[in-house]
Design a protein around this ligand. Structure first.
Ligand code: NAG
Ligand code: NAG
Ligand code: NAG
Ligand code: NAG
Ligand code: NAG
Ligand code: NAG
Ligand code: NAG
Ligand code: NAG
Ligand code: NAG
Length: 459
């Protein structure tokens, strides 16, 4: 094992053992500490809604206004926003998103950061810093019955504890680089489209070139070391199929790249589009042919949905309508039926430790898949599965729980699905999405007002 890795890991093991988990007993304590409630007794398939413990892996990802939703940018609606802004008639709510976007972009420009997986201080197991490297977020060493433990990482078998994030993974920088690249990219492209400041176009372009195109700093187009379970000799560590999920934010980033190419700038050129397309094509091939990629395509829960949403979005970016259509149909034919029950319950997500979080998360993927499907004439939003259920049924099911005071998931995380529903289905007396949005915003001090996606999911 390399010295640098040993030093980093030794520190982490100390942190892990002293602060969160000493031995297996505490893993079991953790399970027992989960506050489980049965919220849906009217539905035999609904499993239980489990309530996460804030501070113990509590998911707050989208409550941050700068957070990125998996989405396809609706250019027509963004154009409406631009026109109304120029005429000075933009609503107060959307003005908040504009102001918030401008502030974030100002910080991006001041900080002038570039992101690359190659800047990591911890090398992946093959020592090639072009490879993306992350740890399986919920995996922990189980040292019960193992004698003379010197190194938990290599001596103890690893066990997944759903919902309990191992903080060790946070020291690896590739995931952060990718997340920030996407977050900044979507802001910069939207800002450039709205206001035409070429400095924003340049920053966007430089970031994309650094991450995907320039040979010194590009990321290798595969996820062989994503969500690694660090079990056994280090040279044998390999990613897990779930690591394919780590790239789901590329769906939105590619949508922003398409927007950039339509924005009429001169810094972003055809060769940037071609360079990014080359990367995307290679990565899609890896997804479709590698052992890990193929295994992830069979994931029945949000993993499978995000897999096909990625293939659909990547194919769209490559201009291959047939491949987009094929990905959507594969999802509908193989996974859709098992995901949403007649009641709208999503049992594969409800069985997770953070059941509400994952119920929203799967709909985030399904919503993006459905928007890419629209681009090739397929109407997934209105397609029902074998249980006569759809995205809409699932959203309606979640409304009653989201608005209940019994859960600790931030209801603001549900707003993007309600906004999409208001757009796609419209309100009726039973399910008034506009009303639910108002209610959640009021309950959460504004909810997602300020988020960039409102500029293109607006009514
Ligand atoms: C931002 O950083 C790049 C290098 O990454 C540099 O070329 C450029 O001059 C910097 N811009 C500003 C305004 O400092
Ligand atoms: C990576 O580098 C370390 C230290 O130089 C070495 O022990 C290890 O065998 C290398 N791994 C591979 C896969 O080359
Ligand atoms: C941990 O390892 C022990 C000993 O092999 C085993 O009995 C136990 O089931 C494991 N616990 C978990 C949660 O995997
Ligand atoms: C990914 O890992 C597999 C299995 O170890 C290997 O066969 C394949 O060549 C690797 N791919 C890349 C691009 O490194
Ligand atoms: C796309 O699919 C249509 C209908 O199945 C077929 O006629 C066409 O040749 C395909 N195009 C490409 C580029 O594969
Ligand atoms: C529950 O699941 C079974 C199959 O496992 C299905 O036949 C049944 O229709 C489902 N019930 C509801 C209420 O969705
Ligand atoms: C989808 O369903 C909604 C609500 O039933 C309806 O208003 C809308 O027209 C449908 N869209 C399409 C394209 O069928
Ligand atoms: C939905 O609620 C809003 C109030 O927030 C109300 O103005 C509207 O009429 C309702 N729509 C329907 C179809 O009931
Ligand atoms: C808005 O939230 C406040 C504080 O939670 C509450 O007192 C008030 O009744 C809410 N207003 C509406 C219209 O729901």
């Amino acid at each position: 094992m390399r010295r640098s890795v040993l030093a980093v890991l030794a520190l982490l093991v100390v942190a892990v053992t002293s602060q969160t988990i000493d031995d297996l007993a505490s893993v079991e304590d953790y399970y027992e500490s989960l506050d489980l409630v049965t919220a849906f007794s009217d539905d035999s398939n609904s499993s239980t809604i489990s309530i996460g413990t804030p501070g113990v892996g509590y998911h707050t990802a989208y409550t941050t206004i700068g957070g990125v939703q998996t989405d396809k940018i609706n250019v027509d609606k963004l154009e409406m926003t631009r026109t109304e802004y120029q005429l000075g008639i933009l609503s107060e709510e959307l003005m908040r998103s504009i102001t918030s976007l401008q502030k974030r972009v100002e910080v991006i420009m001041q900080e002038n950061k570039t992101y690359t997986v190659t800047s990591t201080t911890t090398k992946p197991p093959n020592n090639n810093t072009h490879y993306y490297y992350s740890l399986a977020p919920y995996s922990w060493p189980n040292c019960t019955g193992i004698k003379a433990v010197v190194n938990k990482w290599t001596q103890c078998p690893w066990k997944s504890v759903d919902g309990k994030i191992n903080p060790a993974g946070k020291s690896l920088s590739a995931g952060h680089s990718l997340t920030y690249l996407i977050r900044d990219g979507v802001d910069l492209a939207t800002s450039y489209y709205l206001f035409g400041n070429s400095a924003h176009e340049q920053k966007y372009t430089d970031n994309i070139r650094t991450f995907f195109i320039n040979r010194a700093t590009y990321m290798a187009p595969n996820m062989n070391y994503s969500q690694v379970v660090p079990d056994g000799p280090e040279d044998d560590w390999i990613g897990s199929r779930m690591g394919v999920l780590d790239t789901h934010g590329l769906i939105t980033l590619l949508s922003s790249a398409e927007l950039m190419a339509q924005s009429g700038g001169t810094y972003w050129t055809d060769s940037d589009t071609k360079g990014l397309q080359k990367w995307v094509r290679e990565y899609r091939t890896w997804m479709e042919t590698s052992r890990l990629g193929i295994a992830e395509s069979k994931g029945r829960n949000n993993h499978g949905t995000f897999y096909y949403a990625q293939i659909a979005a990547f194919s769209h970016y490559l201009g291959e309508a047939n491949a987009t259509r094929a990905a959507v149909n594969k999802y509908l034919d193989t996974i859709y039926d098992g995901q949403i029950m007649a009641s709208g319950a999503q049992p594969l997500e409800l069985s997770r430790a953070f059941s509400l979080h994952y119920s929203y998360y799967n709909l985030e993927a399904l919503g993006a898949l459905a928007k890419y499907a629209q681009s090739v004439g397929l109407n997934v939003f209105n397609s029902t599965n074998v249980h006569k259920a759809s995205y809409r049924t699932a959203v309606n099911f979640l409304i009653k729980n989201t608005l209940s005071t019994k859960n600790s998931e931030n209801p603001a995380n549900f707003l993007p699905m309600l906004e999409t529903s208001a757009n796609v289905y419209g309100d009726d007396k039973t399910y008034n999405y506009t009303d639910a949005i108002k209610y959640i915003r009021n309950e959460t001090g504004g909810g997602d007002l300020g988020a960039v996606w409102l500029l293109w999911t607006r009514q």
